[in-house]
Design a protein. Sequence first.
Length: 98
Amino acid sequence: MTLWQKKVFYLTENDYVCYPQNFKMSSEITNYIGYAASVFIVLSFILKDLTKIRIVNLVGCICFVIYGIFSGMLWPVIIPNAIICFVQVYHLLTAKKK
């Protein structure tokens, strides 16, 4: 079997080969990211300043997207949180223009 027949991708110009199974994160770290995401989301409900709310919520949603990816591609977690990330970034950018 040649290198091209294996499922690999090249990360550098020096033909450094990295197999996809090497990109798994330990379940303990993945759980901590999920817990951190929950803390950020709850914290965003406690804050009063709209810009801070959006930033904290954005961080929480990014953590949930990472959690969903490393927990086995949990699409019901990834898709809504990715959409919310885009919404938060949009509102943060448009608020700066006003």
